[in-house]
Design a protein around this ligand. Sequence first.
Ligand code: MG
Length: 120
Amino acid sequence: MKKMILIVDDCDTTRKLLSYIIKERGYKTVDASNGIDALEKLAINQVDLVITDLNMPQMDGYELSRSLRQNVSYREIPIIMVSTESGETDMKKGLEAGVTRYLVKPVSPQKLLYEIEKAL
Ligand SMILES: [Mg+2]
């Protein structure tokens, strides 16, 4: 069965681009525009991996990651954070929040697909 990847980003264009790249590789995708939206999508989809932006309105990537790690049903889902923040503190915060892999934008399609395959 095709693996399902949840793409979380408040930028429409980014979501579309990521979704295109990921679907081309043979995965299924579902989109969310912030953390709250992501939690709603998780409740109704069998998600195998989450790709999340950091800065988003309502619920950001840190909060989303923390809440996934605190939930028994979502604890094991790999989280790849893709952020514009390249600071060491941000990465550290990401890892503390339970992120599996922290990548700094822009990320090439090759790099992203490599990280997805590694994490799955
Ligand atoms: Mg953003």
